[in-house]
Unconditional design. Structure first.
Length: 384
């Protein structure tokens, strides 16, 4: 009897590394011109012309009442907490980047981790009230991967218990709900402009808020507490955005809408292909939300897919594809937080952290690259 040998499809690795993201870069000649302006002005930081222009452009882009610019998102969040006088305990999500709980701890606040919602991967609003104690002063929610939290329910809980509501919107720049910027909700929202974000100013970040009375305090906290040459009004740090960062940001803001369009196309392509692959779950767009496609997370069900998330991650590397396990390890399992947090109390977050993988998504990826990545995933699945 003739033996039928099933030929295993083969495909060559990418010649160059395919990273989870690549920074959005302005036209180099436009940036030279900006550098030349900065050299002429000899004004490098401390609120120069570029800073003023960047702020103006962002206020318009975000349709914001107030914003303040920072050298990075972490210090922006730190100052948001200080500006709102947050103390004691803050309820937050464990499924986030280290910066979120660390900023609380650095302010002597205990991060109280709440489990997440399996569909949105954001804080589970149904589980928050059980965690509120007399020491709770705020909720710090994260729009993880740029997907909006249940803002309405969070707002209701905060009003009921007189808590402040802060959004870590590090991933959500450009996201809109019913045409309104995602930064317009809660007491303060923080956007990160780090190189790995959909929009960047190399490093950078901003706070967006509606209460204009916060303007002075935020500015003082960011600039050593300096009120004027003769007066230091409070203890403050140095968290200023410099002129080169601002110039980079101004130019990138002009090309950011095009970048979102390119990322949207990639997300659609990934979704189409992953729909046919058993064991892979993807997130869908939400009605009335303008997404920014800052990340493309997939969830691997080992039983259905055949191999684990970790195996897929390692095998993709052999093809020169550098996906990332954002956000593994889960913050509540870091050695600095594990003592107070049992994985059994955060079952969904632990499950998601063990199954999530972020696939490459950025404007430089070609359709053929995305198709090849999907093909490689299918090959890896079938060779198990
Ligand atoms: N809250 C949340 C929810 C956050 O996700 C973050 C930051 C923050 C707060 C704090 O905001 P910032 O203070 O950072 O503004 C990255 C970023 O450093 C971090 O900003 C980000 N979250 C986090 C999710 O990711 P790493 O350690 O994974 O980045 P890295 O250096 O491994 O870069 C990832 C890939 O990006 C590289 O493999 C290649 C590519 N890349 C990276 C850089 C920096 C480039 O192609 N060019 C580059 O210049 O943390």
């Amino acid at each position: 009897m003739k033996k039928i040998i099933k030929k295993q499809a083969s495909i060559k690795p990418f010649p160059n590394p395919i990273y989870v993201t690549r920074p959005l870069m302005p036209n180099i000649n436009d940036f030279y011109k900006k550098i030349s302006d900065i050299f002429d002005a000899k004004w490098l930081t401390n609120s120069g012309n570029q800073h003023a222009e960047f702020k103006k452009c962002l206020l318009k882009f975000l349709n914001a009442k107030n914003i303040n610019l920072f050298c990075n998102g972490t210090l922006a969040l730190d100052i948001a907490i200080k500006a709102l006088d947050i103390k004691g305990e803050v309820i937050t999500t464990p499924f986030t980047f280290a910066a979120t709980p660390h900023v609380l701890s650095l302010n002597n606040i205990r991060p109280v981790f709440c489990d997440i919602d399996e569909k949105t991967l954001n804080i589970d609003v149904e589980k928050i009230e059980a965690l509120i104690t007399p020491k709770t002063s705020a909720i710090l929610a994260v729009h993880v991967f740029g997907n909006p939290c249940d803002i309405e329910k969070l707002d209701k809980i905060c009003k009921k218990y007189k808590l402040k509501l802060i959004f870590d919107a590090a991933h959500a720049f450009g996201v809109k709900i019913n045409e309104k910027s995602i930064g317009s909700f809660g007491d303060i929202s923080m956007f990160s402009f780090h190189a790995t974000k959909a929009f960047n100013s190399i490093e950078g970040g901003c706070l967006m808020y509606n209460d204009s009375q916060l303007n002075e305090k935020i500015q003082l906290l960011k600039n050593f507490g300096i009120k004027n040459e003769n007066e230091i009004a409070m203890i403050g740090t140095n968290a200023k955005l410099n002129e080169l960062q601002a110039a980079f940001g101004i130019l990138n803001l002009k090309i950011f809408p095009k970048e979102i369009e390119k990322r949207q196309k990639i997300a659609r392509l990934y979704r189409k292909i992953s729909e046919k692959t058993k064991g892979i779950k993807v997130m869908q767009d939400i009605k009335n939300v303008k997404h920014n496609y800052s990340y493309f997370p997939i969830l691997i069900n080992k039983e259905e897919f055949g191999i684990s998330r970790d195996d897929l991650y390692l095998k993709l590397k052999k093809y020169n594809i550098f996906s990332r396990k954002y956000f593994y390890p889960l913050c509540s399992n870091f050695s600095c937080y594990a003592k107070n947090n049992k994985p059994a109390d955060l079952p969904i977050a632990n499950k998601i952290a063990d199954s999530v993988l972020c696939l490459p998504i950025h404007g430089d990826l070609k359709t053929s690259d995305v198709e090849k990545i999907c093909k490689i995933i299918t090959i890896i699945k079938n060779e198990k």
